[in-house]
Design a protein around this ligand. Structure first.
Ligand SMILES: C[S@@+](CC[C@H](N)C(=O)[O-])C[C@H]1O[C@@H](n2cnc3c(N)ncnc32)[C@H](O)[C@@H]1O
Length: 238
């Protein structure tokens, strides 16, 4: 609020209560009622209170179901919280194939952290600088940074053929502000290239999206492992 703002509210006496002064006093340091004119009076409020300081630094919260401290810079997806789709994907974590892993679209780093906590070597990739910083800080705060390479990259084109045992992802569904499946359809194809024989892609997505068919096209076969009202988790084996 600008420092010079003044508010004047006029009304019939029968519609005015001291509570209205209290509400204005939360936001203005000077509040007073005028003398009445007929059956009406006015409330005057001026000198706004100082606004709260802007929040500095990243958000950080301990996520109860994983016990991980999650960190989110800027507009990182889901902030420092666990997304509902990611939660469903994590419910399958004990079924993920053993070995080194890639987390594509790592966001606040929760999947990379769970993979690292399983004792794996992990590559975490995100196209967003804020997300990469968030992933790195989540890993550092949970003592897992030694196991994870965090990359700022668009997709996993830069990873060599047949170099990973597992790809785990809650993939992007936006390009900028627009909903767009293109990046994920490419990611499914890229995962097939990056996985070794026997390697697995685990992916969670909104139920209306066509990723099961895309995974079947790329891998030959893919199955739904678990589904709820909003999300599907699929697994495709190379
Ligand atoms: C749905 S969020 C999932 C974030 C995190 N893994 C989680 O489960 O909360 C998808 C993430 O993909 C990232 N992303 C979008 N396009 C990408 C691309 N082309 N390559 C890599 N990451 C991308 C976004 O920045 C975002 O962090």
């Amino acid at each position: 609020m600008q420092p010079g703002v003044r508010v004047v509210c006029a009304g019939r006496n029968k519609h005015m209560t001291p509570r209205q002064n209290d509400v204005l006093a939360r936001h203005f340091t000077q509040v007073h009622a005028s003398r009445g004119v007929g059956k009406c009076r006015a409330l005057h409020a001026s000198h706004p209170v100082d606004p709260p300081l802007p929040r500095r630094g990243p958000q950080a919260l301990v996520e109860p179901s994983t016990g991980l401290e999650l960190v989110a810079h800027g507009s990182t997806f889901a902030g420092a919280r666990l997304d509902a789709g990611t939660r469903l994907l994590l419910s399958t974590a004990s079924d993920w194939r053993a070995g080194d892993a890639v987390d594509v679209g790592s966001g606040n780093g929760v999947l990379a952290a769970v993979l690292a906590r399983q004792g794996r070597t992990v590559t975490a990739v995100d196209v967003s600088r804020a997300a990469v910083a968030s992933t790195a800080e989540t890993l550092r705060r949970n003592g897992l940074d030694g196991r994870v390479t965090v990359l700022l990259a668009d997709g996993i084109d830069s990873l060599p053929d047949r170099s990973a045992g597992l790809v785990v992802t809650n993939p992007p569904f936006h390009v900028g502000a627009a909903k767009d499946s293109t990046a994920t359809l490419q990611l499914i194809q890229q995962s097939h290239r990056v996985l070794r024989d026997g390697g697995e892609l685990w992916c969670v997505y909104n139920t209306h999206l066509p990723y099961l068919e895309a995974a079947r096209r790329a891998f030959g076969r893919a199955r739904i492992v678990v589904q709820d009202r909003g999300f599907i988790v699929l697994c495709a084996s190379r």
